[in-house]
Design a protein around this ligand. Structure first.
Ligand SMILES: Nc1ncnc2c1ncn2[C@@H]1O[C@H](COP(=O)(O)OP(=O)(O)OP(=O)(O)O)[C@@H](O)[C@H]1O
Ligand SMILES: [Mg+2]
Length: 75
């Protein structure tokens, strides 16, 4: 419990000293609703995508140092 809450608060804290991108890969999309409510006040970059093919492409992004993730789909 508290996964989404933890991710969004951790991202906000880390964004004070890092370029942070949060990607919501959970079909439930609760982080995406959170980000939508925050709008321009969200202090980090945000994307929502549940397509595994697009998510794999995130590895090639420049400008972010760490990409923690959890698989939201069955392998
Ligand atoms: N430390 C906390 N104290 C009290 N309530 C909390 C705390 N952390 C989260 N909550 C509340 O618990 C609920 C679930 O939190 P959250 O959505 O972060 O969990 P989750 O693990 O992502 O859930 P799910 O498995 O459904 O994705 C939310 O209503 C949130 O506001
Ligand atoms: Mg959640």
């Amino acid at each position: 419990m508290g996964k989404t809450t933890t991710v969004m608060n951790l991202a906000a804290a880390l964004s004070r000293a890092n370029n942070v991108l949060v990607v919501d890969v959970d079909p439930q999309q609760s982080a995406a609703r959170w980000a939508e409510r925050a709008g321009d006040d969200l202090p980090f970059d945000f994307a929502a995508d549940v397509d595994p093919n697009n998510i794999m492409g995130l590895r090639d992004l420049d400008g972010y140092d760490i990409v923690p993730r959890r698989h939201a789909w069955q392998p």
